[in-house]
Design a protein around this ligand. Structure first.
Ligand SMILES: NC(=O)C1=CN([C@@H]2O[C@H](COP(=O)(O)OP(=O)(O)OC[C@H]3O[C@@H](n4cnc5c(N)ncnc54)[C@H](O)[C@@H]3O)[C@@H](O)[C@H]2O)C=CC1
Ligand SMILES: O=C([O-])CC(=O)C(=O)O
Length: 330
C-alpha cells in the first residue's frame, strides 16, 4: 500500500447521500485497495453531532484503507490540502419541484465553497458537484475559484448515464455490460438528453437494435429524465444510495481513467464542442486519461438529437442568467 493518503473532502457528510458515500470511499471503492484515503467531512454546525455519530460508525468498520477522518464546519479548514472535493451538501428537492427551483436555496452554498477551495485545496484538486442543481452549482463554484483550472470542475450526470444503461439493458433483455458508449447531453434536469443513436449494444447501434422510435421518444427518454422525480414519489425522499454510487463511479473514472473503447457522461466546462456555448457546465461524452478528461469528438448529432441538446443547453443558459442575477457569478 502507498503511504501518502489521498485527501477526499465530502460536504453534506451527515446527509442521506453522505451516509452511503462515506463508507464506500473509506472501504477503497474510489481508489482501490492499495491507496489509503483521508476523509475531510464538512457539515453545517447543527449537523456536526449527527456527523460525529456517522464517524463513530465509520471507525467501527476498521477499514484498512482509511487513514484518518477529520470533520468541521469551516470550509477553509476542511478543504485544506484536499485532492478531491465531492460537493454533495445542499437541499434536496421535494415532490412537485424541479431541480432548478433549488437554485436560490442552494446556489449560495457554492460561491464560498469555491472560494475556499481556491484558497486552500491541493494544486491537483478535482471538484465534483452532486448537490442540485448540480451543473449550475458547478458553474458557481468554478467561477469563484479563478486559480483552479476550469477543467477541474465537473457536475454529476453519471446517475442519469447509469439509469439510461439500466433501462436500455432491461428493454433488450441483455446484461448491462453489453451496453457501451452511452451519453447524457445537457443538464441534470428533466431536459437532459440520453442518446441512443451513439450508444452501442454488443458493439452495434443501440437505436437500430431497439428499432422502436416510439419507445425511444415516449418511454426511454422520459423514464431516464424523470427518474429522480419517480424515486421521490415512491420513496418520499430523493435518491441517495444510487446517487452515492454514481458519485463514486464519476470520481473513480476521473481519477483512474475510462475503459478503452468506451466513454462516460460527465458535466464539464464546454469548449464550444457540439455547439454548446463555451463556459457552460454541460454533460458530454468524455474519455479520461491520467486524470484529464477530453470530450469525445466527431459523433453524429442528427436533427432529433440536435433539438433536444439545444433545449437542455437553453435551460443551462437561463440558469446561468439567474445566478448572475443573484450575484453568484461575475
Ligand atoms: N446530481 C445528482 O445526480 C443527484 C443530486 N442530488 C442532490 O444532492 C444533494 C444532497 O442530497 P441528500 O444527501 O439526499 O440531502 P440531505 O438533506 O439528506 O443532506 C444534505 C446535507 O447537506 C448539509 N449541508 C447543507 N448546507 C451545507 C453547507 N453549506 N456545507 C456543508 N453541508 C451542508 C445538510 O446539513 C445535510 O446534512 C441535494 O441537493 C440533492 O438534490 C441527489 C441525488 C442525485
Ligand atoms: O431528482 C432529484 O431531485 C435527485 C436527483 O438529482 C436524482 O435522483 O437524479
Amino acid at each position: 500500500m502507498s503511504t501518502t493518503p489521498v485527501k477526499v473532502a465530502v460536504t453534506g457528510a451527515a446527509g442521506q447521500i453522505g451516509y452511503s458515500l462515506l463508507f464506500r470511499i473509506a472501504s477503497g471503492a474510489l481508489f482501490g485497495p492499495d491507496t489509503p484515503v483521508e476523509l475531510r467531512l464538512l457539515e453545517i454546525t447543527p449537523a456536526l453531532k449527527t456527523l460525529e455519530g456517522v464517524v463513530m460508525e465509520i471507525d467501527d468498520c476498521a477499514f484498512p484503507t482509511l487513514a484518518k477522518v477529520e470533520i468541521g464546519d469551516d470550509p477553509n479548514t476542511v478543504f485544506d490540502g484536499v485532492n478531491h472535493a465531492l460537493l454533495v451538501g445542499a437541499r434536496p428537492r421535494g415532490p412537485g419541484m424541479e431541480r432548478g427551483d433549488l437554485l436560490e436555496a442552494n446556489g449560495g452554498i457554492f460561491a464560498p465553497q469555491g472560494k475556499a477551495l481556491n484558497e486552500v485545496a491541493a494544486d491537483d484538486v478535482h471538484v465534483t458537484i452532486t448537490g442540485n442543481p448540480a451543473n449550475t452549482n458547478a458553474l458557481i463554484a468554478m467561477s469563484n475559484a479563478p486559480d483552479i483550472p476550469r477543467e477541474r470542475f465537473s457536475a454529476l450526470t453519471r446517475l442519469d448515464h447509469n439509469r439510461a444503461i439500466s433501462q436500455l439493458a432491461a428493454k433488450l433483455g441483455v446484461p448491462v455490460t453489453e451496453i457501451t458508449n452511452m451519453t447524457i447531453w445537457g443538464n441534470h434536469s428533466a431536459t437532459q438528453y440520453p442518446d441512443l443513436f451513439n450508444a452501442k449494444v454488443s458493439g452495434k447501434s443501440a437505436a437500430e437494435t431497439v428499432n422502436d422510435q416510439e419507445w425511444l421518444e415516449n418511454t426511454f427518454i422520459p423514464t431516464v429524465a424523470k427518474r429522480g422525480a419517480a424515486i421521490i414519489e415512491a420513496r418520499g425522499a430523493s435518491s441517495a444510495a444510487s446517487a452515492a454510487s454514481a458519485t463514486i463511479d464519476h470520481a473513480r473514472d476521473w481519477a483512474l481513467g475510462t475503459p478503452e473503447g468506451d466513454w462516460v457522461s460527465m458535466s464539464v466546462c464546454s469548449d464550444g464542442s457540439y455547439g454548446v456555448p463555451e463556459g457552460l457546465i454541460s454533460s458530454f461524452p468524455v474519455t479520461v486519461k491520467d486524470g484529464r478528461w477530453e470530450i469525445v469528438q466527431g459523433l453524429e448529432v442528427n436533427d432529433f438529437s440536435r433539438a433536444r441538446i439545444d433545449a437542455s443547453v437553453k435551460e443551462l443558459e437561463e440558469e446561468r442568467e439567474a445566478v448572475r442575477g443573484l450575484g453568484l457569478i461575475g
